[in-house]
Design a protein around this ligand. Structure first.
Ligand SMILES: [Zn+2]
Length: 205
């Protein structure tokens, strides 16, 4: 049975707009998508309120300034001019600075992802995806299905845009921001699972 198989980025990229629309409308896709109700919060609006505290619990905040050379290295693959200003999270207390981005929400998501991988973040009060109270394995499954659904939708919208159709920039940003937050949540879930597993047991992935 291959009912749960998810297509890779490459496979999705080879599909036409019509095929992607059919995939999204298929009963299989529906059955394997946990939800499209990600909660009331808007991941693009005022993202500065969602910044995680950094190491040693200092409050960090979003700023708009010239990123350092080290920061520019962090934003791999993203075109940022060394001379230009960008958004990034910075901690006045300890001097840590996050990856820079032209988009505020991206700067917050990237900073939070770094912190989530070190176990800082609160899954039970996570602003999106209604995760509170679920066991770790269910959180994982829910988030992976949400992330895949978002990726398929994003691929469709990218192709529509390339075909000259009118695709709203804010809608695209929201899809990307939700996907970024799904990655933050997944990092937190995996971090929590690693902590609970006895050290002599090798993790599956
Ligand atoms: Zn700090």
């Amino acid at each position: 049975m291959k009912t749960k198989r998810r297509l890779t980025a490459r496979e999705l990229d080879q599909l036409s707009i019509t095929e992607l629309q059919a995939l999204l409308a298929s009963p299989q896709h529906y059955a394997h998508t946990a939800t499209r109700n990600y909660g009331e919060d808007d991941p693009v609006r005022e993202p500065g309120r969602l910044v995680y505290r950094c190491k040693s619990e200092c409050p960090a905040s979003l700023k708009y300034d010239h990123p350092s050379a080290a920061q520019l290295k962090m934003s791999k693959g993203v075109a940022l001019q060394a001379a230009g200003a960008a958004n990034f999270v910075s901690c006045v207390a300890c001097g840590r600075e996050g990856p820079p981005s032209l988009r505020e929400w991206r700067a917050v998501v990237d900073w939070n992802y770094v912190n989530a991988r070190e176990g800082r973040g609160d899954l039970d009060n996570f602003p999106f995806f209604n995760l509170a109270g679920l066991p770790a394995a269910e959180k994982l499954e829910r988030l992976e299905s949400i992330r895949y659904d978002l990726f398929v939708r994003r691929t469709l919208e990218r192709k529509r845009k390339e075909a000259g159709e009118d695709v709203g920039g804010r809608f695209l940003a929201k899809l990307d921001a939700y996907r970024g937050w799904a990655n933050v949540a997944l990092a937190l879930v995996k971090q929590g699972m690693d902590e609970k597993a006895p050290p002599n047991i090798v993790q599956g992935r």
